[in-house]
Design a protein around this ligand. Structure first.
Ligand code: HEC
Ligand code: HEC
Length: 410
């Protein structure tokens, strides 16, 4: 838990005998440099649920005997969400689709789409991308810290932002309306449209309306693990006969899933660092001046929550939770649901400076991790953010660095 990555690192050092040499030991990170661990203020009972969720998320590695497969991508949540932080491109998820121009229907949903399960347990056949696919997308795992706050933003706040942006005319974010599976019981404050769809907020395209939906989907689509919520294994549709693994479904109970959901809801927010540095202060105001903050909204507020520490809290995620047209450079040609291939949900920027800790010592930013520095990530912005990118490009080197230092401090 606390400092898991560092503990791991220290263990490696100890094992390799290097610990004897003091100068090789890294300084222990400050509390605000760590991503894992709970928000402060959980009751003793809540801490117990957090701990159980922590173990299920970080320590449980599935095998064929415990439900892995028949087809899957990885065998534990933590293998992609290392230390609760951003993942590495080598563990990216692959999604595929086939569409005609201007069509938003993925014709490969009955051929194993949208997500590729490229591995299988012994005796089963892994999926391959069908040759007719014309959209293939790679997405790198986002950090899962602070998500409880994002989950507790009232839908009305998100809808108000759509209207506000339309009125201001600088950017024009949209919500993604999602069909929800039967097991989900939306909260009373969740708003539904005339087609009984709800507002998506998790995943790079806002395809999941809640952490529960994302977690149930991850167990099934990423690991082939069935739950009380969704009892069907993923199937390789390219085979003539459906292959189901021999493990009895559901492979894990609702209590495990709920523990993981609670863990993710109460994982602490990334805490900003070096906020008093003059360059960080200058970068923060430049960030607003050149209107980066029109999408990367500094402050949001939660509504009432059943977890008291999440109730009516101001927090600083730097996202508006809306989808934006990001231009041709970031168009991956993959279409699913209502969102288009060039639309992405504004990612929160909190914790950005800590990304390298879980990405092997360097940055892999944007949905597919192709940007290896913050500056590269900024220069990939297009579409609705084209003019902000141009304003950034027009700044002198010192001012660019101030913005970057500010982003690193988040
Ligand atoms: C193979 C890698 C992989 C595995 C294994 C995996 N994830 Fe993820 N996870 C991702 C990727 C990639 C995304 C972004 C998905 C998207 O954009 O639709 C994601 C998204 C999420 C999100 C939403 C984050 C956000 O900010 O929107 C949550 C929550 C999450 N995963 C939890 C889990 C849990 C819990 C498990 C284990 C049951 C798990 N993941 C297993 C790769 C993985
Ligand atoms: C129109 C909305 C919008 C505006 C304006 C905008 N961004 Fe973004 N930003 C996004 C979206 C959406 C992404 C994710 C794109 C992707 O994943 O391919 C992103 C990604 C990023 C990332 C990488 C985050 C990560 O976790 O990979 C950084 C850094 C960033 N933006 C900084 C900025 C800066 C600095 C500005 C101002 C020059 C800015 N953004 C303006 C929407 C916006």
């Amino acid at each position: 838990m606390q400092g898991r990555i560092w503990q791991h690192f220290l263990n490696i050092l100890l094992l390799s005998g290097l610990a004897a040499c003091q100068s090789f030991l890294p300084d222990l990170p400050e509390e605000n440099e760590l991503l894992d661990g709970p928000e402060e203020g959980l009751s003793t009972e809540e801490q117990g649920i957090f701990l159980a969720g922590d173990i299920a998320f970080n320590d449980e590695i599935f095998t064929p005997a415990t439900g892995l497969g028949p087809i899957f991508v990885a065998s534990s949540c933590a293998s992609c969400h290392v230390g609760d932080g951003k993942g590495h491109p080598t563990n990216a998820l692959t999604r595929f689709s086939q569409t005609a121009s201007n069509e938003i229907v993925n014709r490969l949903l009955d051929k194993g789409g949208p997500q590729l399960q490229h591995r299988s347990i012994p005796g089963f056949t892994a999926e391959q991308i069908p040759p007719e696919a014309n959209g293939v997308s790679k997405v790198v795992a986002p950090a899962v810290t602070g998500l409880g706050f994002l989950a507790a933003i009232p839908d009305q706040t998100i809808l108000d932002l759509v209207v506000q942006q339309r009125d201001e005319g600088i950017v024009s974010g949209e919500v993604q309306w999602v069909d929800v599976p039967g097991y989900l019981k939306p909260e009373p404050w969740q708003i539904t449209n005339s087609e009984a769809q709800y507002i998506g907020r998790f995943g790079k395209k806002s395809a999941a309306i809640s952490i529960l939906q994302q977690v149930v989907g991850a167990y099934k689509q990423d690991m082939g693990v069935t739950t009380d919520f969704d009892t069907e294994d993923p199937i390789n549709f390219s085979l003539s006969a459906n292959q189901i693994d021999p493990t009895i479904d559901p492979e894990i109970p609702a209590s495990t899933v709920n523990g993981v959901v609670f863990y993710i809801r109460t994982l602490k927010r990334p805490l900003p660092r070096n906020q008093d540095e003059p360059s960080v202060i200058a970068g923060k105001s430049l960030f607003s001046q050149i209107q980066c903050s029109s999408c990367h909204l500094p402050v949001l507020k939660t509504g009432l929550s059943d977890i008291s520490i999440l109730s009516e809290q101001e927090f600083y995620p730097y996202t508006d939770m809306l989808l934006h047209d990001m231009g041709p450079e970031l168009d991956d040609g993959h279409v699913d649901g209502n969102e288009l291939s060039f639309e992405w949900r504004t990612p929160p920027l909190w914790g950005l400076g800590l990304a390298p800790d879980s990405q092997g010592g360097q940055f892999f930013l944007m949905h597919d991790g192709r940007a290896t520095s913050i500056e590269e990530a900024i220069l990939l912005h297009g579409g609705e953010s084209e003019s902000m990118k141009e304003s950034f490009e027009a700044l002198d080197r010192d001012k660019k660095n101030q913005i970057i230092e500010f982003l690193e401090s988040l």
